[in-house]
Design a protein around this ligand. Structure first.
Ligand SMILES: C[S@@+](CC[C@H](N)C(=O)[O-])C[C@H]1O[C@@H](n2cnc3c(N)ncnc32)[C@H](O)[C@@H]1O
Length: 187
C-alpha cells in the first residue's frame, strides 16, 4: 500500500512516532496489554507492525514464553533490537510476506490494519500461525477518520467472532476500538 519502507524509515528517523510513548496513547496500550495477559499468559505473542517495540514496553515480559515483533521499518526495528532477549525477537519484514516460525496464542495488529489495501486478506494470511484456540487482537483509531476503520471492522466481522471489545477515549478528540477476534469453529 501507499506508505512504503522509505517514508516510514524517515518518519521514525525524524522522531515523528515518538508520540506513541505519550500519556495520550498509554490507555490503548494498557487495554491491549491486559488482553495479552488474559489470552496468552505463559504463551506466545506475535505483533505485526510493532514499530520500536512500544507494546512490549507495556508488557510484563516474565509472563510470556515468546514475543516476536515485526515491522517494515528498518529504523524502528534497529531501535527495537535494544529490547531483544532470549524470549524476545524483532524482525524487519513486510506483513504481507513474513512467514513466522511457529504458532502464537495472540497475533496483534495494533494500529496497523489501516495501512493495507486488503486488511481482511492480511489477517487471514496469519490464521495458520494461530495456536489452537488462539486469538487476533486488533486496535484501530475510531475518531476522527472513522469511516475507513469502520469499513475494516465490518470486513473483519464477516470472518471472525468478536470475543471481547473495548472502546478507549481520551478527552473528546481521540477514540480507539480494540477487539479480540477468533476464528469461528465452523470456518
Ligand atoms: C501507526 S504505527 C503503530 C505502531 C504500534 N503498533 C502502535 O500500536 O503504536 C504503524 C506501524 O506499522 C508499520 N507498518 C506499516 N506497513 C507495514 C507493513 N507492510 N509491514 C509491516 N509493518 C508495517 C509501520 O512501520 C509502523 O511502525
Amino acid at each position: 500500500m501507499g506508505q512504503g519502507q522509505h517514508l516510514l524509515d524517515s518518519q521514525y528517523a525524524s522522531a515523528e512516532w515518538d508520540y506513541l510513548r505519550s500519556m495520550e496513547e498509554a490507555p490503548r496500550f494498557g487495554i491491549v496489554s491486559t488482553y495479552c495477559r488474559l489470552l496468552a499468559s505463559n504463551g506466545s505473542l506475535l505483533e505485526i507492525g510493532c514499530g520500536e517495540g512500544f507494546l512490549l514496553e507495556h508488557l510484563d515480559r516474565s509472563r510470556y514464553r515468546r514475543f516476536t515483533g515485526i515491522d517494515i521499518s528498518a529504523v524502528a526495528i534497529e531501535r527495537a533490537q535494544a529490547l531483544t532477549d532470549d524470549r524476545t525477537d524483532f524482525v524487519r519484514a513486510e506483513a504481507e510476506t513474513f512467514v513466522p516460525d511457529g504458532r502464537f496464542q495472540v497475533i496483534i495488529f495494533n494500529e496497523v490494519l489501516e495501512y493495507f489495501d486488503e486488511p481482511l486478506k492480511l489477517v487471514r494470511r496469519y490464521e495458520p500461525f494461530l495456536a489452537p484456540g488462539g486469538h487476533f487482537l486488533a486496535s484501530m483509531f475510531a475518531a476522527p477518520y472513522t469511516a475507513r476503520t469502520q469499513r475494516i471492522w465490518k470486513q473483519l466481522e464477516t470472518r471472525y467472532d468478536v470475543a471481547a471489545r473495548c472502546r478507549v477515549s481520551i478527552g473528546r478528540d481521540y477514540t480507539w476500538n480494540i477487539k479480540v477476534l477468533r476464528v469461528p469453529p465452523s470456518a
